[in-house]
Design a protein around this ligand. Structure first.
Ligand code: CDP
Ligand code: MG
Length: 141
């Protein structure tokens, strides 16, 4: 299995509820290693660019408003099969449909405020990591 990197975000709802530690513990518990991390706040322009793939969707403006409503915690995760592994530990987009024990089942409120983001494939992982981090900010080990 390949060692991959993926981008993970603790979204504003979960940061506001002090769920950062609980969420990072689940990620590390899934053998994902945090090799870069920062607490920051997105501007509306940054959020719209990051979620550009969804710009035609009905929930786009709501998503941008939500993602800019407070600070987020962004991290790069590294590990075997990290992209899929992160998606598995995140759970389904809608917390009501997420498997028990997943981050979204435990920490998500609803389909919009669902606690975490995770890259969905190798290409988006590469782009999303570069969106937030310079190479020098990553500490692989
Ligand atoms: O985050 P994930 O990849 O699981 O889902 P997505 O389909 O890529 O959607 C991105 C984000 O848009 C979700 O995580 C939700 O925060 C939001 N969304 C929403 O507000 N309403 C929907 N019906 C679908 C997604
Ligand atoms: Mg997605």
């Amino acid at each position: 299995m390949a060692i991959e990197r993926t981008l993970s975000i603790v979204k504003p709802d979960a940061v506001a509820k002090n769920f950062i530690g609980g969420i990072l513990a689940k990620l590390e518990g899934a053998q994902l290693t945090i090799i870069g991390a920062k607490l920051m706040r997105l501007s509306p322009a940054q959020a719209a660019l990051f979620y550009g793939v969804h710009r035609e969707r009905s929930f786009f403006q709501e998503l941008v408003d939500f993602m800019t409503s407070g600070p987020i915690m962004v991290q790069v995760l590294e590990g075997e099969n990290a992209i899929l592994r992160n998606r598995e530990v995140m759970g389904a987009t809608d917390p009501a449909k997420a498997d028990a024990g997943t981050i979204r089942a435990e920490f998500g409120a609803n389909i919009g405020e669902n606690a975490v983001h995770g890259s969905d494939g190798p290409e988006t992982a590469h782009e999303e990591i570069a969106f937030f981090f310079a190479q020098a900010e990553l500490q692989p080990r």
